[in-house]
Design a protein around this ligand. Structure first.
Ligand code: ARG
Length: 253
């Protein structure tokens, strides 16, 4: 009897854990998908006045159109995004998250929507390579692969964490740090946006594949997103959005 009730309790727990995430069929029936992003990582997801915009916002809208659903957007701090998938507060996250073994334990990634990597940005042209960061103070956003990878570099004097990548950029602009490590395209757009600040882009510190994430094990949603992604990559939609924000096609090759 005791064994039976234990088995019953365990089964209930497991069913609760598995059945919470909305399948694609349920999302489709509802007609809307809840998508969360940060809104502070230009040119990928950011605000122009009151409007959420960017490469990833347009890509998500194009995916939703192919999937036959409307997006209900949620905007949250970067470090809250993946945790919310577990709690079923939203169906999908698109916020330039790279596919890493660590994150793959907690969430399921779809196919990548772009390929990029972390680069060094400085005001000092003598700092270009990972070696040049020896003895230097480096700014990065908390919870990112930039933080993890800069921490691996032996000689760095100090890694300064900022809740937002744009705050790490500000720290570099105001001379509080020697370097900022961020996404290559985020760096490119920062250089363009403040041409007079004298920012220089150095080498890649590492490369990575960036993908949308859903709740761990939500296979039907992963498949639906992958199918939509293939469609927008084949019909020119992806290329147009990529050129609009990045001036080039940034799909993985
Ligand atoms: N690509 C990096 C990572 O995977 C940084 C992502 C930053 N995204 C953002 N929305 N601020 O950790």
């Amino acid at each position: 009897m005791r064994l039976l009730s234990r088995i019953l309790a365990l089964t209930l727990c497991l069913t609760a854990a598995i059945s919470e995430a909305r399948t694609f069929e349920e999302i489709k029936q509802d007609g809307k998908i809840i998508v969360a992003t940060e809104g502070a990582f230009p040119p990928f997801n950011f605000f122009r006045g009151p409007t959420l915009t960017g490469f990833e916002v347009d890509i998500a809208e194009a995916l939703a159109k192919k999937m036959g659903v409307q997006i209900e957007w949620r905007v949250l701090a970067f470090d809250a995004l993946l945790a919310g998938l577990r709690q079923d507060r939203w169906d999908m996250v698109i916020a330039s998250f790279a596919i890493t073994p660590e994150r793959s334990k907690a969430v399921s990634f779809t196919d990548p929507h772009y390929c990029s990597g972390g680069v060094i940005v400085t005001k000092n042209p003598a700092i270009r390579t990972a070696q040049d960061l020896t003895g230097k103070v480096v700014a990065v956003q908390t919870g990112t692969t930039y933080l993890a990878n800069v921490q691996k570099l032996a000689g760095v004097k100090e890694v300064k964490n900022f809740p937002k990548d744009t705050d790490a950029r500000t720290a570099l602009m105001s001379g509080r740090v020697d370097a900022w490590v961020t996404d290559k395209f985020a760096a490119k757009s920062a250089l363009e946006a403040s041409a007079s600040a004298g920012l220089k882009m150095g080498d890649f510190v590492f490369v990575e594949q960036i993908a949308p994430a859903v709740r761990k094990g939500n296979t039907s949603l992963v498949q639906a997103i992958n199918k939509a992604l293939q469609e927008i990559m084949a019909d020119g939609t992806y290329e147009a959005i990529s050129k609009k924000y990045l001036n080039e096609d940034i799909r993985c090759r």
